[in-house]
Design a binder for this molecule. Structure first.
Ligand code: S3P
Length: 433
């Protein structure tokens, strides 16, 4: 069989064993890059994400006047613009990254000038109305293309806002907070479901003051930011593929060093524990209020049990749901996911693609508008997987392929580089054949 450059053949494994250290968290890297570029002074980051998404953020911030220097494969230095970006006539290319487009829009809306943001085909299909609304209420003007990118911002001084996010989204919350940082007066964002709080922690690390209640966060603008030095914790959403893989093989043992364990992100560990996996956190440390720890995992001899994920859990596990659904056939009792409608507007329609690819591997699965039912106790066979160019689908089905009968061909496997270019090399390292 000839395998194209963007494809990958995954052979079944006997076990998953070893130890890994993973590149820096994508969400934290985006925020450190944006705030470092916006602050006064020079910030230095180590273990910065190696993914293409964070490279898109760095390129945009550089086009806006920040000076970015790579001081190693995963270390960078950013000389910030001290609160005033340089408008550029050239469109800012956000690539595949929704986080880049939505959050940079919040930084730019209060800046005087006209900015155009573009993205690739997938990003140009994703909903942007969700950021237009709050930013226009603050006084900015945004022009979208049928609700999507390309988007143009006519920036200028903004008024503060009291805003309730319509869908659970850290990106919308962050966009409004970045605009609120520069508006005059108190901006408050209320959220029904507490989403990841990296923006709040990063803003504080860069010297801003925020106040928080259980369901809201407020920032009194304008405030100035000052540069920091920081080490980015390893990416838990990348670790998820390996933790799930290890939890499928009785006799497995995997140690992942220094991964981000921020409580708004670490729900996967609770779910794997509830499924019966043995999970231990070997030591915990705190870096700029972000928790990091070493996680050891092994599979239960009797196999994983069953679980239901809905409501708050679905929002907090949003990036881990594809891999959980992909391993669900190998559980004893299956996994039921609801309240995850947002999965349909990620880099792909992840509900549809997970269902399609599980069926291609011979599994039974029921698809719902906001989730999936994947019964347990199913054997899968190798198949051709359509990743839809979506990094998390490509990696999720590479994990399922380890337990399938026969080989699996992942189409669009190169998309893994969006968040995790090292994925396939590390998988070869720990998958015993
Ligand atoms: C992210 C938030 C989530 C997540 C994305 C990264 C972030 O998106 O899916 O991969 O860094 O804030 P939403 O905030 O739109 O749910």
């Amino acid at each position: 069989m000839t395998i194209a450059a963007q494809e990958r053949l995954i052979r079944p494994a006997r076990n998953v064993y070893g130890s890994l250290r993973l590149p820096g968290d994508k969400s934290i890297s985006h925020r450190y890059a944006m705030l470092g570029a916006f602050a006064a002074g020079t910030s230095r980051f180590t273990n910065f994400s190696t993914g293409a998404d964070c490279a898109s953020t760095l390129a945009c911030m550089q086009a806006l006047g920040a000076k970015v220097a790579r001081t190693g494969n995963d270390s960078i230095e950013i000389a910030g613009v001290a609160g005033r970006v340089t408008p550029t006539a050239r469109p800012l290319d956000c690539g595949n990254s929704g986080t880049t487009m939505r959050m940079i829009s919040g930084l730019l809306a209060p800046q005087t000038g006209r900015f155009t943001l573009i993205g690739d085909e997938s990003l140009s299909r994703r909903p942007m109305e969700r950021i237009r609304k709050p930013l226009e209420l603050m006084g900015a003007r945004l022009t979208l293309t049928e609700g999507h990118a390309p988007l143009t911002i006519e920036g200028g001084p903004l008024r503060p806002i009291d805003y309730t996010t319509p869908v659970p989204s850290a990106q919308i919350k962050s966009c409004v907070l970045f605009a609120g940082l520069q508006a005059t007066g108190m901006t408050t964002v209320h959220e029904a479901v507490r989403t990841r709080d990296h923006t709040e922690l990063a803003l504080r690390a860069f010297g801003a003051t925020l106040t928080r209640t259980s369901a809201s966060v407020s920032i009194a603008g304008p405030q100035r930011l000052r540069a920091i030095d920081a080490a980015v914790p390893g990416d838990l959403s990348s670790a998820a593929f390996f933790l799930c893989a290890a939890s499928l093989f009785p006799g497995s043992s995997l140690v992942v060093d220094s991964i981000g364990l921020n409580p708004t992100r670490a729900t996967l560990l609770d779910v794997l524990t509830a499924l019966g996996a043995r999970v231990a956190v070997l030591h915990l440390e705190e870096k700029h209020a972000e928790l990091a720890g070493t996680v050891q995992i092994s599979a239960p001899p009797e196999g994983l049990g069953s679980t239901e994920i809905c409501g708050v859990l679905a929002a907090q596990l949003i990036d881990e749901l594809p891999v959980l659904a992909a391993i669900a056939p190998f559980t004893r009792g299956g996994i039921r996911i609801r309240g995850a409608r947002e999965l349909r507007v990620k880099e792909s329609d992840r509900i549809a693609l997970v269902a399609k690819n599980l069926r291609a591997m011979g599994a039974e699965v029921a698809e719902f508008e906001d989730g999936l039912d994947v019964p347990g106790g199913q054997a899968l066979h190798g198949a051709v997987i359509d990743s839809g160019g979506d990094h998390r689908i490509a990696m999720a089905f590479s994990v399922a392929a380890l337990r399938a009968e026969g080989d699996t061909l992942i189409q669009g496997a190169d998309s893994a580089a969006i968040s995790f270019p090292e994925f396939f090399n590390l998988l070869d390292l720990v998958a015993e054949r």
